[in-house]
Design a protein around this ligand. Sequence first.
Ligand code: CS2
Length: 458
Amino acid sequence: MRLSQARLAHVPTAIARPGYDRMHVRAGVVHFGPGAFHRAHQAPVFDSLLADDPRWGVTGVSLHSTSVADALLPQDGLYTLALLDAEPDMRVIGAIGQVLTARDPAAIVDAVASADTRIVSATITEKGYCLASDGSLDFAHPAIAHDLLQPETPTSFIGWLVVGLIERRRRGGGGLTVLSCDNLADNGRKLGAAVRAFAEARDSETARWIADEVRFPCSMVDSITPATDDALRDRVRAAIGMEDAWPIQRERFSQWVIEPDFAGDRPPLDHVGATFSTDVRGYEMAKLRLLNGAHSTLAYMGLERRHETVAQAMRDGALAAFVERLMRDDIAPSLAPPAGLDVATYIDAILQRFANPAMEHRLAQIAWDGSQKLPYRLLDAVCAARAAGRPIERLAMPVAAWLRFIEAKARSGEPLTDPLAERLLAASPDTILAMPEIFGELAGDSTFAKAVIGAMPL
Ligand code: CS2
């Protein structure tokens, strides 16, 4: 027995189910990258919205794999979300109707161009934006170079989006909101500039239409989402009384702060858990540097100390004390918190979330894609410390641990999950520290290089 629309009525009543008629849902949102984070964070918000308004269903688009479509389509898009707490809570989410893949390019273009679609959102991870270290579109990126040469058969999110936007304009379609939900500082602004630059390289009329009609609000997203494992599948099977091929788990806490800069209709996301704020930047900087910066620190320094999960690393007194000191003394002074965000309390809450014993959040998962994550998470704080004349020795320690992590992979021959893996595995620590595409202005900073090379394991 597999979870599906027909079997939804058999899910025990203790488990919340879509309280709306899924037959009448229309897809107002096209989401690129319907992986675990989207299904844990934004999809439940739209699921709550659907209780009052059937216009906000979600069509997922997976550009690089068919695994989400293969798991969810036999389940009519349904899946179980488990909130991990002392008392785990489960809920069946029905917001996702369709999952499209690159097997059906015309359907992707049609989804972006459709009059029903008001929002195109994305969780494609840092590397999906194809940005250079100054935050602008990297025209030398192989996917972007490919998409400019063969614009009708793109590979990148930006390439696909622009094909969809051209079709939307051709149909006389209205404006659109493109909502980045990835962990990048200034995510919306960077995406908007990248899309306009790409469109400009194709034709300036499209670029002008995009500038006039498409909004790119910034958003800060937060909810810790450990990867799905067999333990979760078993728990969900026992709870719902049937198979769910891909349930999702996350902590109870969830935050979504969105700039209220929408084209046309803005769904009342603030009635279902999100916050609209004109100071997303302040929230984003605090979240990226404190939570994600500490996460990456725990990952590289924790793996080195043979820990496997975040909660385990937090039970290591020396490491937990180091991370707390890093957050309070080195990162906090680099922030410009929005009115109403008390940084000391925010740090307390993050430390408590990390220690949640109900979550098995693997450090190896967080350690992926270091070359893409460290700039926003740690290096921006290093730059701020350098500019203000504050010490950088502690901030250099997780960077050094990352370099040792790469060295260990090179030595053992184990794979390194990172888009720059090949180059990183072949390079010395000094060569890596001189890569401007990772280190930006710090690439030529001998004080920083000295601090990193001199940093010892904890
Ligand atoms: C984590 C994030 O895997 C990682 O790199 O730091 O996914 C983190 O759990 C989320 O950003 C929390 O909102």
